[in-house]
Design a protein around this ligand. Structure first.
Ligand code: PSU
Ligand code: MN
Length: 309
């Protein structure tokens, strides 16, 4: 099998894989479909810098002209951040974007698939997809959840945005056997806010405890992903009533405009950014930075423990 035909791995990522140096993957849908230009570009660069600060190699993942790229150049990042012609690529879309030589930004699901192909174990993002609030009518469940159930990558995020049905999402995750580990929290964070009212049954108060947990999972060859949730910092969180009202209005607008399928999440994210006049964007960026810091620390500790076994 010739993976190189389809995948271009940046040199520093290749070297890190060989030398057993920790790597953290980053998704690109958050860049192309989750945030406006040029803030998205700034966010992508800063995340990579924060990860490097912890001696971990960042690997942002996307499809550029039909080729999977693991580790992007500045030019790639600029293209993803500024162009309107980037496809949103989830599991369903991956092969066809390659077959048609297109450029695509990968979701949590597709980024996990690609990370797994080369052996990257950690992945940092803002929030994952989930069960949509109108599920009873639309059957809309993000492919991220199914991917978490089968793909052996540890995902660090700030929880699940309340554009979704958090209770149903947590039920789905439980059914699929996906552990949610609260980092310094016993409650599921709700992305823009630290609390959701949903109690988690796994919480860890240190990086070390999380790394040890992941070693046990690895030693037992238990496949599937792990969701590590890291709440937005107190000083950056939004007022619940403020953000909930805007989310509610955005959901109504999406319904009125009959927005469906893969368009719904980007539509809502954009609407919320506009309606909050950039306040939600700032919070979003800050929580991603916090995840980059904590995620890279977990990756580093995991590799340390593995080495000293
Ligand atoms: N949630 C966010 N920001 C995002 C996304 C989700 O708060 O940018 C993106 C991620 O890439 C996620 C995708 O994987 O949306 C989920 O899309 P869908 O619901 O269509 O599966
Ligand atoms: Mn969907």
């Amino acid at each position: 099998m010739n993976l190189e035909k389809y995948i271009e791995v940046k040199n520093e990522v290749k070297e890190a894989l060989i030398a057993n140096i920790p790597i953290v993957a980053l998704e690109s849908t958050i860049i192309s479909h989750g945030m406006p230009f040029p803030k998205n570009m700034e966010m992508a660069n800063e995340c990579e810098r924060l990860i490097r600060n912890n001696d971990v190699i960042p690997a942002t993942i996307a499809i550029i002209n039909g080729k999977i790229k693991i580790g992007l150049t500045n030019e790639d990042l600029y293209l993803l951040a500024s162009s309107n012609n980037v496809e949103k690529v989830s599991r369903r879309d991956l092969v066809n974007v390659i077959a048609e030589n297109k450029t695509g930004a990968t979701t949590v699901a597709a980024t996990m698939m690609i990370a797994k192909m080369v052996g990257i174990k950690f992945f940092v993002t803002g929030g994952i997809g989930g069960v949509h609030r109108e599920f009873n009518e639309t059957m809309d469940v993000s492919a991220d959840l199914e991917e978490l159930s089968k793909t052996d990558v540890n995902v660090i995020c700030a929880g699940i945005k309340s554009i979704l049905d958090l209770n149903k999402t947590v039920e789905y995750l439980e059914t699929k056997g996906i552990p949610i580990i609260g980092y310094k929290t016993s409650e599921l964070p709700a992305f823009f806010t630290r609390k959701s009212g949903i109690i988690l049954n796994i919480h860890k108060n240190s990086i070390d405890e999380i790394a040890k947990y992941l070693i046990i999972k690895n030693d037992l060859f238990i496949s599937g992903g792990t969701l590590i949730v890291n709440p937005i910092e107190e000083k950056f969180q939004l007022k619940k009533e403020f953000i909930d009202k805007i989310i509610q209005e955005s959901l109504l607008l999406a319904e009125k405009n009959n927005i469906k399928g893969k368009l719904i999440t980007p539509f809502l994210l954009k609407e919320i950014n506009n309606k909050t006049g950039g306040v939600s964007l700032e919070a979003n960026i800050k929580l991603v930075y916090n995840n980059a810091i904590i995620g890279s620390k977990i990756a580093k500790e995991y590799y340390n423990l593995m080495k000293n076994k």
